[in-house]
Design a protein around this ligand. Structure first.
Ligand code: NAD
Ligand code: LMR
Length: 342
């Protein structure tokens, strides 16, 4: 009887672990730039998602080893590697979500816009392939400067006749992650409860945390508001300086990007309660692209959350007006880059 109970126990354990490796849904996710500082930890986090059945990893080099390594994790998704332009089409075929962290990161003393000359071309080329091989996918742009690379992607998709503004996202989740962390620390709140919407764009003063809209409702002193706002706006630079030439945020970025991927997959899977901040085509202000909270659904952006921009404090209203010229210029720079190409 004792032996029988051991056998039963072992069988149950096998059953339980087998259940664990069964995908709960079967979405395909591609990461372009998967061997990089963000790409690798992001691939690991996406590999842990029960909603993913296939993980397609693409880079210009070093992706074979990353894929071999990840493929040994006993989580549901199968991992496939793709190296170089000639394998990009196969990587993208049938994919539901494409995440793009390909491109160079900042070094101390640089702005995100200093990356434009290199990253604009990388994003343009990759989005051309997305337009050709998976035009219906959600597209998550991480490569900087996001304020310009998202308009670049939109123009490329328009030229290819497949632009769907509801499915093109600039990933600004890291700004929200940072705002939540810093506010929770400052106000001694439970991290899990805190949610700060961050609007505008993703560079310097264009990053505007709406502290007055923090959930749960919190009072900030007149000194705390500018101090927290500046800390959130400069958090990327804080990491660039701490890394001292070895790149910018990768681990926190991978965490944030994985959250945005998971939210997108939940929305695709029919969850009707998914909200994230993202830099998207927008009519909430006079600017053609603007980051705000959005409701995500099966078809992408279901609604832009306008109420966050209503009843702003004087400080926030002023900061919103102040960010518009810079954000407008970055958006136009991206649009012109594609439109002025021969
Ligand atoms: P990294 O240099 O470590 O990795 C970039 C990867 O992109 C490399 O593996 C490289 O081989 C690959 N790559 C380059 N050209 C490519 C191409 N044509 N096709 C496919 N892959 C290509 O850099 P990282 O630290 O991972 O940062 C990547 C980008 O993400 C940077 O532009 C950085 O500024 C940006 N970033 C954005 C945010 C955000 O909040 N949106 C946060 C952090 C970093
Ligand atoms: C960030 O906010 O960490 C990224 O945009 C990378 C950077 O250059 O700061």
């Amino acid at each position: 009887a004792l032996r029988q109970s051991f056998v039963l126990k072992a069988q149950k354990q096998v059953q339980r672990s087998w259940n664990r490796v069964q995908p709960q849904a079967s979405y395909k996710v591609a990461i372009l730039g998967a061997a990089g500082g963000i790409g690798q930890p992001l691939a690991l986090l996406v590999k842990m998602s029960p909603l993913v059945s296939a993980l397609h990893l693409y880079d210009i080099a070093n992706v074979k080893g990353v894929a071999a390594d990840l493929s040994h994790c006993n989580t549901p998704s199968q991992v496939f590697d793709f190296t170089g332009a000639e394998e990009l089409a196969n990587c993208l075929e049938g994919v539901d979500v494409v995440v793009i962290p390909a491109g160079v990161p900042r070094k101390p003393g640089m702005t995100r816009d200093d990356l434009f000359n290199i990253n604009a071309n990388i994003v343009k080329t990759l989005v051309e392939a997305v337009a050709d091989y998976c035009p219906d996918a959600f597209i998550h742009i991480i490569s900087n400067p996001v304020n310009s690379t998202v308009p670049i992607a939109a123009e490329v998709l328009k030229q290819k006749g497949v632009y769907n503004p509801k499915k093109l996202f600039g990933v600004t989740t890291l700004d929200v992650v940072r705002a939540n962390t810093f506010v929770a620390q400052k106000k001694n709140l439970r991290l899990i409860d805190v949610d700060v919407p961050v609007v505008g764009g993703h560079a310097g003063i264009t990053i505007l945390p709406l502290l007055s809209k923090t959930k749960p409702s919190v009072e900030f002193t007149a000194e705390e508001v500018p101090a927290l706002t500046t800390r959130i706006q400069n958090a990327g630079t804080e990491v660039v300086e701490a890394k001292a030439g070895a790149g910018s945020a990768t681990l926190s970025m991978a965490y944030a990007a994985a959250r945005f991927v998971e939210s997108s997959l939940r929305a695709l899977d029919g969850d009707s309660d998914v909200y994230e901040c993202s830099f998207v085509q927008s009519d909430l202000t006079e600017l053609p692209f603007f980051a705000s909270r959005v409701k995500l659904g099966k078809d992408g952006v279901e609604a832009l959350i306008k109420s966050d921009l209503e009843g702003l404090t004087e400080y926030e209203q002023k900061a919103l007006e102040n960010l518009k010229p810079e954000l407008k210029a970055s958006i136009e720079k991206g649009i012109n880059f594609v439109q002025k190409q021969p």
